[in-house]
Design a protein around this ligand. Sequence first.
Ligand code: NAD
Length: 415
Amino acid sequence: MMSSLHENVLRQFNKASDLMGLDANVRKCLATTENEIVIHFHVKFADGRIEVFTGYRVQHNNTLGPYKGGLRYHPKVELDEVRALATWMTWKSALVDIPYGGAKGGIQIDPAQYSQDEIQRITRRFAHDLAPFIGPERDIPAPDVNTTAQMMAWIYDTYKEMGHENCLGVVTGKPLVVGGSAGREKATGQGIVFLIEEWAKDNKLDLAKSTYFLQGFGNVGSWAARIMKRSGAKLLAVEDASGAIACKKGIDAEALRTYADGNKGFIKGFPGTKVITHEEFLATKADIFIPAAMESQITAKTAPLLSVKLVAEGANGPTDTDGDAILTERGIALLPDILCNSGGVVVSYFEWLQNKHSESWDLEDVDAKLKKKLLAAYGRVKDTAAKHKTDWRTASYIEALSRLEDAYKARGFFP
Ligand code: NAD
């Protein structure tokens, strides 16, 4: 039976907690979310019609700092999913050692059905109703699936118009002219590549001669692919919501981005490639698979199909616990989501710092700081995996949970 995404997170959490012997009281606190906000809000469109939408914001934990996490616009957004995604954000921030807690939100909507003007009205109305719960020192949203820098600018503008001063840090992932950071748009993809390069060095894989395939060609996937191109690695197949394509000679990520931009964002029909099925896509023989689309892709059913050395998780939660067990059994290495895709939240943190100090860092500076943070986290996870003789996901959890446990113990429990 399919279990819920949040149950999956709890299984990961319980495995790591048992292995490290996490303090029982800290365990109780971290096993649950702190606040779950559900907002049913109406929007009046230009033609006079009214529609009612459901938006969510789940705040999992703020022991280490303000709640932090993306906003997703997708028809499948619901409370259980947002709860899981919020919880992963707490682990992620703790793992990479940035002063944030975890949150996530979203609206249950298919954005493709609405015009830009309508999306703006929906975003502003949601931001208005969410305003009492967010803020630069309280909870800081960012882009996620189907949300963009433009939408972050609308949220900031709405929040500011409501009378908040000095509030650039209320959202991250903003456009550069509205207090965004150099390198934020590509940050998640860039981080994935820094970590793959490190793993390749450790495992004597020559990236210039390597092959990989990629699921998801949005912000995370397409940036990862464009940056991977510089290493010489060959992209054999890509899948997005429109289907999967493959080419033995390799797919040019830059050309595919340009093509998709002119094709409503979709890769379908890219010249020189053939259409393949989802199963054929997953069975692509390559060195690396980067899932960078949606959750629960690598499961008991699909994990046996994979024929790779490394899974580098760009998406949040692409592998469930059954999938994990099969990957471990088959000797397939894993860069787990809370480590592998943490580049986005790290550069969000840099953006927030720049906003606080009215600074603007250059791209080289941002990239160098990002690399340092990620490689430090990679080193800690590697050492913890060796020390506890465990897989890298569990080791990442142990790292994150240890930091949270120390903070709880140092602060004590307010009665
Ligand atoms: P996006 O909206 O920019 O792109 C999503 C991509 O996934 C699109 O190419 C879409 O066509 C594809 N897709 C959707 N459903 C699919 C399906 N069933 N099969 C195959 N492809 C499918 O979103 P994004 O920001 O790139 O986020 C992708 C993943 O990365 C999500 O799990 C998100 O939570 C995670 N993530 C994003 C960031 C960030 O900074 N944007 C940071 C960390 C993690």
